[in-house]
Design a protein around this ligand. Structure first.
Ligand code: ADP
Length: 605
């Protein structure tokens, strides 16, 4: 059998995705490799296909217990003998796996990095014909990555202890140069064949919303996506608790995850989500790496994350199976304050850092934060914004993100701009110091609040000039003026002052415009795949029922992308069934009849 036959027979795919074939060829040629692909790009196939073609065993180092379990379940259901070794196995189970390895039962074995050098395993490994060592999530070896795992540094020791060095294939979704260099260096890769695929995820729809009431909007978003699985990311544990409770009060099957919960609860909640018993996971960023749930239809950020890297990684957990999915960020200007606070206090209890290093970390984080803020505020293409950040060229408009789908209409705000700028100037003159946007907005609106009265700001001639607008609107205008360079924020105290450009507006009549969002006439849902959604629902139910019977997560049976293709093709025979993308031979034999029957019944009805 060749690689194409393997891809088709076991995985049910008809073509390789970009980068996959080249990596597979290099691995089969005995070369070290480094594969950098976005989450959902299809890294696993790159070592799984060679594993089935090479004579010996393939070891896969993987950082997370849950990930290994899912991978092995998926492989087993595709008819591939595999196993995993980690701390979740009882000693009896471990003995059974060791025995299986010894007698050559498995082609692929996943192992946790900290187990590699334990005596029992090392001795066994030294006697094995190891054809390939694959290192998943290889960025964990870098201290510059956000997921550094010291146990990854044991991998080179393990390789050294082997009688013969197998080719090493490293994979990651982290593209930064530093991390890449670290992977090559610490894993001792030998002239690796590297592939960096594009970072675009065309099936993801990106959108930034600025709702007046975030809680209400969140509820609305989730309600309008019934029976879809989604993740809601929050900045704090407190938010996680509150929102999870709120959703449950509205009968939404939500669960939660953050570092303050017991290990048992975290594991149980994660499992509920994985098995679709809870459709919505509300979590902090502690819920993350290794969540290999391929049928997540949306990721909503209730708060702005601290960097575009973090955002793309978290949002990227949607639509991993290639089906249409949404990444929605609910932005409020107060998020900026929270993020700044978190950044400046991040290293507080980290004694390992010197004062200089701590300052450097804060500096880098602040630079990353400004790119994230830019993403939230931009009126350009959101996908383009992300790809530019990762240094990738792109079209000006993707036509499939919130900003490309929305129309911005330009309105003239020169008069309002003059009022705002002159108010800021008068406030500064009166007080002798600069203040924040919220107080400025209050004065312009004509608030009778305590601070305004105490500072006698209600005596200014600009007091109440913009009473006909809401304070949110005034703040949005202030933000626009800052973006245009007429104002700047003084970093340390977050206060606002005029720049020299302001006088162009104040004294020389420079025209200022504002881009208003006008909702698109057609909802972006029209863009969704033309799936036959009723049939899709019927197939989804059947899939979930089978998953329940077999006690595995639903996506192990078939991914959403596969169900969508199935609904499109509506196969009437097992031969036609085999043509659905994602249906390999074993799965066709095992499930074909039930799905084909269900489609017939559906068509008759
Ligand atoms: P990664 O590890 O890069 O995040 P995975 O290996 O989990 O991604 O693959 C993501 C999804 O893409 C899986 O559902 C997988 O079945 C699908 N996939 C991988 N390769 C192909 C391919 N050549 N054709 C179609 N689908 C593919």
């Amino acid at each position: 059998m060749d690689k194409y036959a393997i891809l088709n027979q076991y995985f049910g795919h008809s073509t390789f995705r970009p980068g996959q074939e080249a990596l597979i060829d290099a691995i089969l040629g005995g070369q070290d490799t480094l594969g950098i692909m976005p989450t959902g790009g299809g890294k696993s196939i790159c070592y799984q296909v060679p594993a089935l073609l090479l004579p010996g065993i393939t070891l896969v180092v993987s950082p997370l217990i849950s990930l290994m379990k899912d991978q092995v379940l998926s492989l087993t259901s595709a008819g591939i003998d595999s196993a995993y070794i980690n701390s979740s196995l009882s000693s009896e189970q471990q003995r059974a796996v060791y025995h299986g390895i010894r007698i050559g039962r498995y082609k692929i074995v996943y192992i946790a990095p900290e187990r590699l050098c334990l005596e029992g395993f090392l001795h066994l490994a030294q006697t094995l014909p190891i054809s390939l060592l694959a290192v998943d999530e290889a960025h964990c070896i870098s201290q510059w990555g956000q997921d550094f795992r010291p146990s990854y540094l044991k991998i080179p020791d393990f390789i050294q202890a082997l009688p013969q060095r197998p080719p090493v294939a490293a994979f990651t979704a982290t593209a930064t140069r530093q991390v890449r260099k670290d992977i090559e260096k610490y894993l001792n890769l030998r002239a690796p064949y590297s592939v960096v695929t594009g970072f675009d995820r065309p099936n993801l729809f990106f959108e930034v919303q600025r709702p007046r009431d975030r809680r209400a909007q969140l509820l609305e978003l989730i309600r309008s996506r019934p029976s879809r699985s989604g993740i809601v990311y929050c900045a704090t544990r407190k938010n996680v608790e509150e929102l999870c409770t709120m959703l449950r009060q509205h009968d939404i099957p939500a669960t939660r995850y953050h570092a303050g919960l017991s290990k048992e609860e975290r594991a149980a909640n994660q499992e509920d989500f994985l098995f679709d018993r809870s459709l919505v996971m509300v979590a902090t960023n502690a819920f993350g790496m290794g969540i290999d749930k391929s049928n997540v239809s949306y990721v909503i950020h209730y708060n702005m994350p601290k960097s575009v890297e973090a955002y793309y990684q978290e949002a990227g957990r949607a639509g991993r199976d290639g089906s249409h999915a949404e990444c929605i960020l609910l932005f409020a200007p107060s998020d900026i304050q929270t993020a700044k606070y978190l950044i400046s206090h991040a290293g507080d209890d980290n004694d390992a850092l010197t004062e200089d290093e701590r300052r450097e970390v804060i500096r880098r984080d602040t630079v990353r934060l400004s790119a994230m803020i830019e993403y939230c505020k931009t009126t350009s293409c959101l996908r383009g914004e992300i790809l530019s950040y990762f240094g990738q060229a792109h079209e000006a408009h993707c036509e499939a993100c919130g900003n490309c789908m929305i129309q911005f209409i330009e309105t003239d705000i020169t008069r309002e701009a003059q009022m705002i700028l002159s108010c800021i100037k008068r406030m500064r003159d009166k007080l002798g110091y600069t203040v924040g946007a919220s107080l400025i907005a209050q004065v312009l609106w004509g608030s009778t609040g305590k601070r305004v009265r105490e500072l006698e700001l209600d005596t200014l001639s600009t007091y109440g000039l913009l009473h006909h607008l809401s304070t949110e609107r005034i703040r949005a205008l202030i933000e626009r003026l800052e973006k245009l360079g007429y104002l700047e924020t003084e970093e340390q105290h977050n206060t606002i002052r005029l720049t020299t450009l302001a006088k162009e507006v104040l004294f020389h009549g420079e025209r200022v415009t504002f881009l208003e969002r006008r909702p698109p006439e057609k909802a972006h849902k029209d863009k969704e795949t033309g799936e036959n959604s009723l049939l899709f629902e019927a197939l989804r139910k059947l899939r979930n029922q089978i998953a329940q019977e077999e006690g595995v997560p639903a996506f192990v049976i078939f991914s959403n992308a596969t169900l969508e293709d199935m609904a499109r093709k509506a196969p009437r025979s097992s031969m036609e069934f085999r043509r659905v993308s994602g249906v390999g031979e074993v799965k066709a034999n095992r499930y074909g009849k039930r799905f084909v029957d269900a489609i017939r019944v559906f068509n008759e009805e």
